[in-house]
Design a protein. Structure first.
Length: 83
């Protein structure tokens, strides 16, 4: 894996611990997806992690997020298994 995967994993850990803002993490991931997409074409684990992080701030209602800590923890387990 490359440095982007490592950084994405670090952001996910910070998201779980409450040290990172959902919106900032999602924006960071979207920038990588939009700006560097071609470089990641063969890295399925990275694409999956970026896609998930990009949706970290999705809401299912005005007061409720679609994804919670349990989801973030499952994403981290998946990312670690892919390493």
């Amino acid at each position: 894996m490359d440095g982007t995967f490592d950084e994405a994993r670090r952001l996910l850990v910070r998201l779980i611990s409450g040290q990172a803002d959902r919106g900032e993490v999602a924006d960071w991931a979207m920038l990588r997806i939009k700006g560097e997409g071609g470089e990641f074409s063969s890295e399925a684990a990275l694409w999956t992690l970026l896609d998930r992080l990009a949706g970290a701030d999705l809401k299912q209602s005005p007061d409720s997020y679609l994804h919670g800590i349990e989801d973030f923890e499952a994403w981290l387990a998946d990312a670690d298994a892919a390493m």
